[in-house]
Design a protein around this ligand. Structure first.
Ligand SMILES: O=C(O)CCC(=O)C(=O)O
Ligand SMILES: [Fe+2]
Length: 391
């Protein structure tokens, strides 16, 4: 059993002191920073709740419903929660992190053989220099490097049905480390059923049939993003990962015991609440934008960032679970009374919205524009991409 202990609350203040700025829902946003007792201070979380997932697949639906209600409470009031005692075992976690450490320690040329620029959907390796170029943070910034793999209907390890016509191979793998594919495939194949069970809990929590969202998550867009953050200087003002909300239905992040912490979650008072590692293969999880829309804003896609001032290397492994690329996302429940949530949604299939946001995040990168044109050869889209006027 993981120990269900509350963690320390830490505030950090690398913002301008008055506002925190971020990107959420594809738009820039800002939040006023308020100290306790100041006008406008609101009740908001100061820690991330820990939920025991032992009963996630319990045969009795009433037992599952009880867990679903705990999850709903966290999803409504925080948007983040720790999932302890999940079906994912610690040996698998240790093996996966060992593979990631090995991959990131390869020479740059070997990692770059599997560059994201060679794939249709920006899978593969994103170097320190790529991140610096994307975020305009300067050429020598070494804030993070990452490796992405995800859903791929051309990969028989993932999908046994007939490959849809015109479907391209999505993932790319480094020739220098063939065992990376094995390690990430193994982990991914355990995360998919775990995520499906969580989706069922969210349906119960919304008062729907457990399988109500299965039809929009048949061949879900799902991805693992392995991340490596070297320790940042104490006076470095850039974040390892800028403040953002996720474009996913929900995200399940693994953090490793021996690595530095640095994940921080924004509460309603503009305070950064730390979300460090919790022992026992415990996941740090959050609601993403798509579930926020599906739930009419009942579940909140909360802004977060990474600032690794721990003094040690940090590796983390988010798993993003999103709807089918051809799904059109509409709220499946009514808005809560008094909710100020914007209920506007787009009729555009979510896969296209997803790619647009993915490419927008790389808009300063010289090669990203070419990649964007390959992926979505759509005039309007290109226009939006070039001018940066995304909705
Ligand atoms: O590194 C982490 O813990 C979180 C990274 C993250 O927020 C993301 O990949 O969207
Ligand atoms: Fe994120």
């Amino acid at each position: 059993m993981a120990s269900l202990t509350a963690q320390e609350t830490v505030y950090s203040t690398t913002d301008d002191g008055k506002y925190v700025t971020f990107r959420a829902g594809g738009k820039p946003g800002k939040r006023l920073i308020r100290q306790p007792g100041e006008p406008g201070w609101v009740e908001s979380f100061d820690r991330i709740p820990i939920i025991d997932f032992t009963n996630i697949n319990h045969p009795n639906i009433e037992v599952r419903r009880k867990l679903a209600n705990e999850l709903a409470d966290a999803a409504e009031n925080v948007g983040f929660w720790y999932a302890a005692n999940t079906p994912v075992d610690e040996t698998l976690v240790a093996k996966t992190f060992a593979a990631l450490e090995k991959f990131f320690s390869l020479p740059n040329e070997q990692k770059s053989e599997a560059s994201w620029m060679k794939t249709p959907g920006a899978r593969g390796y994103e170097s320190f220099a790529d991140v610096a170029a994307n975020e305009g943070s300067g050429n020598d910034a070494t804030l993070r490097e990452s490796f992405i793999m995800g859903d791929d209907l051309t990969d028989p390890k993932q999908y046994s049905g007939p490959v849809p016509e015109g479907m391209k191979t999505q993932n790319i793998w480094p020739a220098a480390m063939p065992e990376l594919k094995q390690a990430l495939d193994d982990y991914y194949s355990v995360l998919i059923p775990f995520a499906r069970s969580i989706l069922h809990l969210f349906c119960l929590a919304l008062g729907l049939e457990e399988n109500a969202l299965d039809k929009s998550h048949k061949n879900p867009m799902a991805a693992l993003r392995a991340l490596h953050y070297p320790p940042q200087d104490a006076n470095e003002s850039a974040a390892g990962f800028l403040a953002h909300a996720d474009f996913s239905s929900f995200t399940l992040v693994l953090q490793g015991a021996k690595y530095g912490s640095g994940l921080e979650v924004l509460n309603m008072n503009g305070q950064w609440i730390s979300a460090p590692y919790v022992p026992g293969a415990t996941f740090t999880c959050n609601v993403g934008d798509y579930l926020q829309t599906l739930s009419s804003g009942r579940f909140v896609s909360t802004v977060h960032r990474v600032v690794n001032k721990s003094g040690s290397e940090r590796y983390s492994l988010p798993f993003f679970f999103s709807p089918d690329p051809d799904a059109v996302l509409k709220p499946v429940v009514n808005k809560k009374q008094g909710s100020e949530f914007e209920t506007e949604y787009s009729e555009e299939p979510i896969g296209k919205q997803f790619m647009r946001r993915l490419m927008f995040a790389r808009r300063f990168h010289p090669t990203a524009k070419r990649l964007a044109e390959l992926q979505i050869p759509d005039k309007d889209w290109k226009y939006e991409y070039i001018t940066g006027s995304l909705p």
